[in-house]
Unconditional design. Sequence first.
Length: 544
Amino acid sequence: MAAAYLAVVTHACCVPLNPAAQDAELQRWFDATGVTCLLVEQGDTGAASRVARARGLPIVDITLDHHGCAGRLHPSTTCAVTDGQAAEPLPSDVGLIIQTSGTTGQPKVVELTHEALVASALSMVDTYQLTAKDCTINVRPMYHVASLIVNTLAPLASGGRVAYAPGFDGDSLFDWFAEFKPTWFSGVTTMYQWWLAHEQDYRRKLGDHRFRFLRAGSAAMPPAIMRRVEELTGAPVIEGYGMSERTPIAVNPLPPGRRKPGTVGRPCGVELALFDAQGRAVPAGETGEIAIRAPGVRCEPVGEHGAWFRTGDCGRFDEDGYLLITGRLKEMINRGGQKIAPREVEDQLLEHAAVAQAAAFGMAHPSLGEDVAAAVVARDGAAIDAAELRRFLLQRLAPYKVPAVIVQVDAMPLGPTGKVQRRILATRCAISASVEADPPAGATERRIAAIFADVLGRASVGRKESFFALGGDSIGGARVISRIVQAFGIELQANTLFARPSVAELAVHIDAWVRQSEDLSREIDELTDDEVAALLEREDARLT
């Protein structure tokens, strides 16, 4: 695929296809890109060949020379797709058409000119100081910009080597590392999390190997994960930011430059600005939509600031000019007008010892519009307690940022480039919430459920249903706390419901509080008058 891509892009426009795409998807893609010819491995009978034949497109069968040089191809048929000899392309000619990953909506068509391709590749070489001594292994899909530019054009432009794997194969990855001894590797957070889960195998097979650097892209790497990867490999993790239209956009520096975990570094070969929804420039320290200007990138006017390409990503600059990505515009959670970045919630979840992976997302809410939900994957041997996780988050986040629903999943749904599919998680969460809930058990749960139902205007409430997921908000929550205090004669803090939003969780807390109060009453009854006076004096001093 790499050799075919390089051969085609030198004289024509290359349109890489996803081998897993089906007929309907390919029909739309062929229409959108104007495909005039199909290259496939000889004997292919897949969806692409079916669609091409149905459309009357010429098909070039390619045979591979497994005994010759790597990537040597032989076309078994010929196809004339141009009139006469093909001319050398101009810098402004489109050389590559790819799809975005489509994590927040339908994939879109991205056209990259030769100028953009060359600028991106040379920027990679300069930023990562790639030389002929470097080697990398590509495990990313060969229809994605990371493979086509980061792992193909950039290393070859530096004179280095690339080993192409058939994909991310956990059974073989460390063996490939041992065989080819790469000096650098580019992956996504989920790949590095897999390394961490198999660190004993890594140490056994690659104890003496040292990478010059590890590159993290496509999605933000939480600082907690970065620390563990660097401890395991002894290599610096260089977090950067790019997209289909341009990569890289921003990068943390190689050592001895200062890397700042949680940021994607400084602008790299591009002009970068932040704008609000009205096209006004956003001052340093405030969040805005990221916009760029770079060779070959198609821009449009933004207010009075000239032409820019608006990325759809949100971010802010810190005091040193490092860029912090806060999320996609479409991924930002709008909780009653309060904007919450998923990454802020995810980073804190990943600080918990039981959590291996985390994804926060918006969940439909009848009065707030959206509320916060999260999915987590447990570390091996760890148990996830949603109530305990919420208490942990309440020490680190404002209450309105704490997920109303936390669900445990065996694995995160990932797109072809390794990005978490938050839309799928939100759908799963909605389906789970719609399942008929267990009725309350015990007197305490029944009394709490009655209060929930009355405040929410519902006929009944299940014992494990979240007050906020059922439509409750902060105002309703205050009413619930007030009624529980009156009903049980106890004291509760205002954020108790954020930490324990279900009937069952709240009942456990209330029963424990009542038992503790009864124990304290019995203890006081056994004290002398002087001991009680001293106890009250200490309590007054503590409160003042």
